[in-house]
Design a protein. Structure first.
Length: 82
């Protein structure tokens, strides 16, 4: 699997899990943790887009660890507002 395929899949998974909530919270213009959620969501998508051209496994491992942390943060914020 190429880097482009891997990071496209990560983007798709993020959107499947959080796109609806992201849209609602971004549109509402919250200034609490929901704004942080939206910013992390956008950064995650941008990071995946940038990583599509990077085939270096060491860089991918470092970025994947950070993306994993970001997903956990998104899940925590999401769960607090349910």
């Amino acid at each position: 699997m190429t880097a482009a395929e891997k990071y496209t899949l990560k983007q798709r998974n993020l959107k499947t899990e959080f796109a609806e909530q992201y849209s609602l919270w971004r549109e509402a213009g919250y200034v609490d943790d929901r704004a942080i959620f939206c910013n992390i969501y956008e950064i995650y998508l941008e990071s995946c887009e940038d990583m599509k051209a990077v085939e270096n496994i060491h860089i991918q491992c470092a970025v994947n660890a950070r993306l994993s942390d970001d997903i956990q943060t998104l899940r925590k914020i999401y769960s607090r507002f349910q």
